[in-house]
Design a protein around this ligand. Structure first.
Ligand code: NAP
Length: 589
């Protein structure tokens, strides 16, 4: 398509795709739309910082050639009132990687939000929001440095798809009649109705992207966030499809959280990413109390909308939160706040959201060294308390600077001592690695506490079972008692003797069969007083079924077995603790 107003730079080459992999030349042409309101101010300032970082990191060998793209009010002036010109859409597709400022959403019936239009027309199905703490940024958290997550929010499904029927409208009445009469649904008269479609296709492609990101960026885990305990066929299905795509397409790279505890004793194997899931409300709570438990999160649209702003607020707010909307081929990075019209053209607004979206873009392009320079310069400028008005009002003793003044301070840090900055960013990464190791140590040493910290709610036998200790049937009762005291357990498994059957010996057996029977323990073999056969359940057995087995059989423990081999033991004390610790039950809201 021949462009009418868009001018491609005469130097530089387009970014291309080879088998869905980005091919970035040393002089790429990257799209840039400044947007409305404060957009021009923050764009100008940010591009200057990005250019300085690229120049410094690659000694002039690499350079971005920006191609201005038109959307919003500037587009309307050039394209006879068209806020959303077709040629911009084409250019965004053609250039593959672009960055944009905020756009005004025209108020009134019949207008589509430009941002929504962009996402829909380019099928930018993944909204990606990395949220991390930069030292010195005002935060309400006690330990904000533990926030370091990347949220992948599904952009094309859920309650935002606009399938809604206004109360009292003929369409609403028709649907209400169908739901009541044909489907047996009950709801109040004249309720507005909305439909929430969640598909395997939409869910899987989003989770696929999140897992791929985790693999490419050496992340620790991917958490599927959902409200599947209540909405089983939408939110619960998202969770199930998420696990499905993980198992079917990434089995060499992932392990489930169950497997982390059951098969690896809490120690995360090298190169494997843990896939877990959490109920949305617990996720909100834990992201405030123990954010370090989360790494990459995959969410549906509405949960992700709330969650990404809530997490951003912990480390500086949407004024500094970066974001991107990505399809399988096109990526549009963007400031996540709006146009803040009251500050338009005053050189006053904070450019951080746009700038840090630029950092994200550099990382996406594989230009990590340049991204690192900005990441490291940023906290140094904040530490100097050289900040725009929004931070100045929260940081006593700070020096308020303009948008361009803030960019000047960053450029000075970047061009001043780049090696020092690189070291600074490296030490931040090392601190993250150390925190990861601490979490792992806790999982190994104290799995129940680790589980509580991480918000995991055990529903099955494998989630609450204790480690088993076993002893040969020919060993003495005395030896078994020593092991039980040593390991602080009240039961021990007895390995198969001549009869080939596993058995179990408990403290109660000793009371009943030795002490109560007024018998000496000397010379008594474990096999003689062990109870056989043992009662087993599989690791997936629901906790309520485990309780039922114990009650029906009037026993106080069951052995958890996998492929006929005991792998754990669940006692009534474990059940009691689990209910006390994590609440009951799985169907609760
Ligand atoms: P907004 O533009 O984000 O502004 C709300 C407030 O947030 C501002 O008044 C300001 O707070 C603070 N703020 C936002 N960006 C800032 C920055 N860069 N530096 C410092 N402070 C910043 O939200 P809005 O007023 O609701 O929306 C205005 C327009 O933007 C609407 O047309 C809306 O549709 C559009 N919008 C666009 C996008 C987008 O393009 N992605 C996103 C959201 C909204 P103080 O007043 O406290 O200083």
């Amino acid at each position: 398509m021949a462009y009418k107003h868009t001018i491609l730079p005469t130097v530089g080459e387009k970014i291309t795709l080879d088998n869905n992999t980005l091919v970035v030349p040393d002089h790429p042409i990257v799209g840039c739309c400044e947007g409305d309101g404060i957009g021009p101010d923050i764009t100008r300032a940010s591009l200057r910082v990005i250019d300085a970082a690229v120049e410094k990191a690659y000694d002039g060998k690499r350079k971005i050639h920006w191609c201005e793209l038109y959307l919003g009010e500037k587009a309307a002036k050039l394209f006879d009132g068209d806020l959303f010109p077709k040629e911009t859409l084409e250019a965004l597709k053609d250039l593959i990687v672009s960055i944009k400022g905020p756009l005004t959403t025209p108020v009134g019936e019949g207008y589509r939000s430009l941002n929504v239009a962009l996402r829909q027309d380019l099928d930018l199905y993944a909204c990606v929001r990395p949220v991390r703490y930069y030292a010195g940024v005002p935060s309400p958290l006690k330990r904000p440095e533990t926030v370091n997550v990347v949220i992948f929010r599904e952009n094309t499904e859920d309650v935002y798809t606009g399938i809604e029927y206004k109360s009292g409208s003929p369409e609403n009445k028709k649907l209400a009649k169908f739901l009541r009469e044909e489907m047996g649904a009950t709801f109040f008269e004249d309720a507005g109705l909305g439909i929430k479609p969640i598909s395997p296709f939409g869910s899987k492609r989003l989770v696929r992207k999140a897992i791929q990101y985790a693999i490419d960026n050496n992340r620790e885990s991917v958490t599927l966030v959902h409200k599947g305990n209540i909405m089983k066929f939408t939110e619960g299905a998202f969770r199930n499809w998420g696990y499905e795509v993980a198992r079917e397409e990434f089995s060499d790279y992932i392990i489930t959280e169950e497997s982390l505890y059951n098969d690896y004793g809490g120690k995360q194997p090298e190169g494997k990413i843990v896939i877990k899931d959490r109920i949305a409300d617990i996720t909100f709570q834990l992201l405030q109390l123990r954010p370090a438990e989360f790494d990459v999160l995959a969410t549906m649209n509405l949960n992700g909308d709330y969650l990404s702003d809530a997490v951003a607020a912990e480390v500086g707010g949407v004024g500094i939160a970066p974001g991107a909307n990505i399809s399988d081929t096109v990526a549009v990075f963007e400031a996540t706040h709006g146009t803040a019209p009251k500050y338009a053209n005053q050189n006053k607004a904070n450019p951080s959201s746009f700038l840090l979206s630029g950092v994200m873009m550099l990382e996406y392009m594989g230009w990590k060294e340049a991204a690192d320079l900005i990441n490291a310069a940023y906290p140094k400028v904040i530490a100097d308390k050289t900040v725009t008005y929004d931070f100045a009002r929260q940081l006593p003793g700070s020096t308020e600077v303009t948008t361009s003044g803030f960019a000047d301070a960053l450029v000075a840090k970047i061009t001043g001592a780049a090696e020092d900055l690189a070291r600074f960013e490296d030490s931040r990464r090392e601190a993250i690695e150390r925190a990861r190791e601490e979490r792992e140590a806790k999982r190994v040493m104290n799995p129940v506490e680790a589980m509580r910290d991480s918000g995991r709610q055990p529903n099955t036998a494998s989630g609450i079972m204790s480690k088993i200790h076993s002893i040969g049937a020919d060993e003495s009762v005395e030896a078994a008692m020593h092991v039980m005291t040593d390991k602080n357990v009240s039961a021990i498994l007895v390995k198969p003797g001549a009869d080939g059957q596993w058995g179990i010996m408990t403290q109660r057996d000793i009371l009943e069969k030795i002490v109560g029977a007024n018998r000496s323990r000397d010379g008594v073999k474990v096999g003689e007083i062990a109870s056989k056969p043992i009662f087993t359940v599989t690791p997936e057995t629901n906790i309520s079924q485990v309780a039922k087995v114990m009650l029906d059989r009037k026993i106080r423990r069951v052995v958890v077995a996998w492929n006929e081999k005991p792998v754990g033991i669940v006692s009534d004390t474990d059940l009691f603790r689990s209910v006390e610790e994590f609440g009951w039950g799985p169907e609760a809201g």
